[in-house]
Design a protein around this ligand. Structure first.
Ligand code: FES
Length: 322
């Protein structure tokens, strides 16, 4: 079952960089949006009916509008392409409520935001918040060139200009050294946040891990990366509903979401590929085989939640808080 959506009107469109367009939307019913946490993302359903997740990149304290940005993907199956080619000012879209899996740790002594390409978007909403609470931070933005870098006029103005460092045309071979250099003086209680292509984030994480503990390194993925098939998951297992004691069998070709639907239990879903966190459910007992891309290391280690669209079980029975 798809999470609840509501109608918005497109009030402004901007070409922010080569292939990156931003959208400012307001509610059709004229009501303000609920406030949201910096780093949050929303579901957006475009003209083709395809739903994708996009990070909010405006000021989280502004409730009149939501701003998100979309990169036109070469291999788009219609989602990003239709948002670029078919949407005009005045168009109506459907969006979901913000969800956040990429949280600021506001008690950190220093915040180091490292983004590449369209990965600037969640970091921008974090930057608004960090300015608002007067927290020390630096936003490092990597892009192929100036024309590929989004929001440059905004980043070049106060209050962001003194926090922003731009890195253009850094090749794959030089990236590790560049990141090592910029993280060398990181305070030991600093937190690092990164968003961008998976290979870029892998290098950021490798560099940050040389200096900081794992729980001080945060990342946001835009799409699922292939998982190696784990050897420990079971082909078939049972899911038990904690509230009723009812049990349903999950076989090798069925997701937990689909198995639950077969006994009339609907779990909200959106991406269906373990990225957005919509289908997250608390685990009462049993050992999940986590195949998502959105839980934190701490959540994985605790086995306290599971993303039911993709994850499976290592134990014969998984009891869920439903
Ligand atoms: S529906 Fe997005 S993580 Fe499961």
């Amino acid at each position: 079952m798809q999470a609840q959506m509501f109608k918005v009107r497109v009030d402004a469109l901007r070409e922010e960089a080569h292939g990156i367009r931003s959208f400012s939307v307001s509610r059709l019913d004229g009501l303000p949006f609920d406030s949201y946490e910096p780093g949050a993302h929303i579901d957006v359903t475009g003209p083709t009916g395809i739903t994708r997740q996009y990070s909010l990149c405006g000021d989280p304290s502004c409730r009149d509008s939501h701003v998100f940005a979309v990169k036109k993907e070469d291999e788009s199956r219609g989602g990003s392409r239709s948002l670029h080619d078919e949407v005009r000012i005045g168009s109506e879209l459907s969006i979901g409520a913000p969800r956040n899996l990429f949280r600021l740790e506001e008690t950190a002594s220093e915040h180091i935001l490292i983004g590449a390409g369209i990965g600037i978007t969640p970091l921008l909403s974090m930057a608004y918040r960090l300015v608002a609470i007067d927290a020390p931070f630096t936003l490092h933005y990597f892009a192929r060139s100036e024309t590929h870098a989004a929001f440059l006029p905004l980043l070049a103005r106060a209050p962001f200009d003194r926090h922003v460092k731009l890195h253009f045309g850094v090749g794959r071979e030089a990236l590790s050294d560049e990141l090592d250099a910029l993280l060398r003086d990181a305070n030991e209680r600093a937190h690092v946040y990164t968003c961008g292509p998976a290979p870029f984030m892998d290098v950021v994480v490798a560099s940050a891990q040389k200096r900081l503990p794992a729980d001080a390194i945060h990342l946001e993925r835009f799409k699922a990366e292939p998982h190696a098939q784990p050897e420990t998951s079971l082909d078939t297992f049972d899911v038990k509903i904690a509230s009723s004691g009812e049990t349903v069998r999950v076989d090798a070709t069925t997701s937990i979401v689909d198995a639950l639907a077969s006994i009339g239990i609907e779990v909200d879903t959106s991406c269906g590929e373990g990225v957005c966190g919509t289908c997250m459910v608390d685990v009462v007992s049993g050992e999940p085989e986590h195949r998502d891309h959105c839980l934190s290391k701490a959540e994985r280690a605790s086995n306290s939640v599971i993303c039911c669209c993709v994850s499976r079980s290592r134990s014969p029975v998984l009891v869920l808080d439903l």
